[in-house]
Design a protein around this ligand. Structure first.
Ligand SMILES: CC(C)(COP(=O)(O)OP(=O)(O)OC[C@H]1O[C@@H](n2cnc3c(N)ncnc32)[C@H](O)[C@@H]1OP(=O)(O)O)[C@@H](O)C(=O)NCCC(=O)NCCS
Length: 152
């Protein structure tokens, strides 16, 4: 894993548009980079970008804005590894809680998030909209506090 740069946006956007039901635009990635969000890519030894994620820190909380793995690379542990790195990056910034929104029909992502320690805290009705209609979003949260010593 390494930091995403502007030079990665074409490759990241290609994955995003292929795998996400409600994909980000180039402008969304540009803004995330410009605003200093935590943007990471997973790069194979061949130089191929296989996955990415963007986390927006706000004081001591953060929101996972997007995460994706190229279709041909899915189900090999990359998504779990990328999510784990994002949570480590958040801990490194003393972030206490990470939130995210996920489509209620996205069983793969929901299973990944649950197994990484996220739990469901709410539903936003009709949050995702496109020409085909709308879908509910599930809001999930992961507490990063260390219960033993109260440190993030
Ligand atoms: C969600 C996503 C990032 C997971 O990436 P991945 O590399 O395939 O995930 P992993 O191989 O690390 O799997 C981790 C866990 O996720 C769950 N999971 C992943 N794919 C799944 C699927 N198709 N069905 C059910 N559970 C799935 C499983 O719990 C899995 O653990 P297991 O393999 O031990 O059973 C990937 O499917 C993806 O890019 N989806 C499209 C984009 C997306 O929906 N992003 C999230 C919303 S922003």
């Amino acid at each position: 894993m390494r930091a995403m740069t502007q030079a990665d946006v074409d490759a990241v956007l290609a994955i995003e548009q292929a795998v996400q039901a409600y994909p980000w635009t180039r402008a969304n990635f540009d803004d995330a980079l410009d605003n200093g969000y935590i943007c990471r890519v997973d790069e194979a030894d061949s130089g191929e970008i296989r996955g990415y994620a963007v986390l927006m820190p706000v004081v001591d909380e953060a929101e996972l804005l997007t995460i994706g793995v190229a279709a041909a690379q899915q189900r090999r542990g990359l998504g779990r590894a990328i999510l784990g790195e994002m949570l480590e990056a958040a801990r490194g910034r003393n972030i206490r809680r990470v939130f995210l929104e996920v489509c209620s029909s996205n069983v793969a992502a929901i299973a990944l998030y649950r197994s990484a320690g996220f739990s469901e805290i709410g539903v936003r009705r009709g949050y995702y909209r496109n020409a085909g209609g709308s879908e509910d979003a599930i809001t999930m949260m992961c507490e990063l506090m260390d219960e033993k010593n109260g440190q993030a």
